[in-house]
Design a protein around this ligand. Structure first.
Ligand code: 9WN
Length: 410
């Protein structure tokens, strides 16, 4: 393995996906700025061009709504080839955005960017701090129920077609959404993407929320989909811990954030499925999803410890190569190449690996990092990979895969 050569390739990918202040996740398939992809991109940029890293963060926050929400897509300029675009979301602001959010990794990764740039970073942190607090406050007010973070659409989780949402989606009527043309299947094999039935329901949820003009209270009361996402709870909890650190560093009031952390720590307990893993929970029915997916293993990243979970993790790692499959391969719904129903995602490996290292599981963390390194070195900078043989899939020259290489795996 020629690490320097792969480093150069990774930097070239970030530069190549730069559209002037923001990076697209990959050319063609995803031609806009995505929320959590951009935060990972900033982390990657911070290893060789920290000014560009801060720029990425600032352009992301130009999409922030007045209520604090930071949308999952910012449509800075016209682009072809993605559905649903701004005409479907119909959000009345500039820049145009989608109407839902994504996992708030921003505080965590901004803290890492700051670590790479203590000198000029402080002024950027000051500029962005209030915006981060506003986003977290929006989450706590509108999305946190009994300490668990709710999503109103599978796309908010960042794990679109994960088995976590199967039962809740069954209760969404996708039969009246009208005709539409998907673009994702023009770029990628349809067998590796969410199904048509999934997309019908995704659109039905968008149409509902658009119909109530994105009113959070209305969506909470009557929205067709509301699931306490174990991944979102862990990521938000972790982000609050990093936000607390930033607040202390900048000498800001910390009491409110400390309260959020307590609330979310209590919520984590409610995510525990007695079957033996942290699980997502349909808030409309109170039923666990029964899907031990990769998000369950973000517990350490969120600062928690669990011996039971460690046993499950080792079991899964024994059955796969290259890291954590997005669904336990022993489950009937496991599908090695269908997006979030089996494949390995390097960003998820990275978050789990960071958490394991921080919680003292050094050997496991090192293995996960080495496996991810080998995966990318041998198979390239793809979007996701089969956990059975590492076969690459989805978009190529992918921004967050390159970023993870630079900041963590390589
Ligand atoms: C919908 C950009 C995004 C990622 C998500 C991933 C996928 C979009 C899609 O691509 O979602 O947001 O159209 O499939 O699931 O995690 O942020 O890379």
């Amino acid at each position: 393995m020629d690490a320097d050569k792969i480093d150069r390739q990774a930097r070239r990918i970030l530069r190549g996906n730069d559209r002037g202040g923001y990076t697209v996740p990959t050319a063609g398939l995803y031609p806009y700025q995505w929320n959590w992809d951009s935060c990972f991109a900033a982390w990657g940029f911070s290893t060789f061009d920290v000014k560009r890293a801060w720029f990425e963060i600032h352009t992301l926050f130009t999409g922030q709504w007045d209520n604090g929400m930071v949308p999952h897509i910012i449509f800075h300029k016209r682009a072809d080839g993605y559905f649903p675009g701004p005409d479907v979301w119909q959000v009345d602001r500039v820049p145009h955005t989608s109407g839902i959010t994504q996992p708030p990794v921003a505080a965590t990764l901004i803290r890492s960017v700051y670590d790479a740039d203590k000198h000029y970073g402080r002024v950027h942190m000051e500029l962005i701090y209030g915006r981060l607090v506003a986003w977290h406050r929006w989450f706590m007010k509108n999305r946190v129920e009994e300490g668990m973070a709710a999503i109103t659409h599978p796309w908010e989780s960042g794990r679109d077609n994960a088995a976590d949402w199967d039962a809740a989606l069954e209760n969404v009527d996708g039969s009246n959404v009208g005709d539409y043309t998907r673009c994702d299947t023009l770029h990628v094999d349809a067998a590796m993407r969410p199904s048509k039935a999934d997309y019908d329901r995704y659109l039905a949820i968008v149409q509902f929320s658009r119909g109530v003009e994105w009113d959070d209270a209305e969506i909470a009361a009557n929205g067709p989909f509301r699931v306490a996402d174990v991944g979102m709870t862990f990521i938000l909890l972790r982000a609050c811990r990093d936000l607390l650190h930033i607040a202390a560093e900048l000498d800001h009031y910390t009491g409110e954030i400390e309260g959020w952390i307590k609330t979310l720590e209590a919520g984590v307990e409610r995510h525990w499925n007695p079957e033996g893993f942290y699980d997502s929970l349909d808030l409309r029915t109170g039923v666990f999803s029964g899907a031990p997916g990769s998000a369950s293993f973000l517990a350490w990243y969120a600062g928690m410890q669990s011996e039971d979970l460690l046993t499950l993790l080792t079991d899964i790692l024994d059955r796969t190569q290259f890291g954590i499959a997005s669904l336990d391969p022993r489950r009937q719904r496991f599908d090695a190449l269908r997006y979030w129903r089996g494949p390995i995602w390097p960003v998820v490996n990275a978050m789990i690996g960071l958490g394991l290292a921080e919680q003292g599981h050094t050997l496991l963390a090192a293995k996960l990092r080495r496996d991810t390194q080998r995966l990318i070195a041998e198979h390239g900078f793809y979007e996701y990979f089969s956990p059975l043989d590492g076969a690459p899939a989805g978009g190529s020259s992918f921004t967050w895969t390159a970023a993870i290489w630079l900041a963590w795996a390589g």
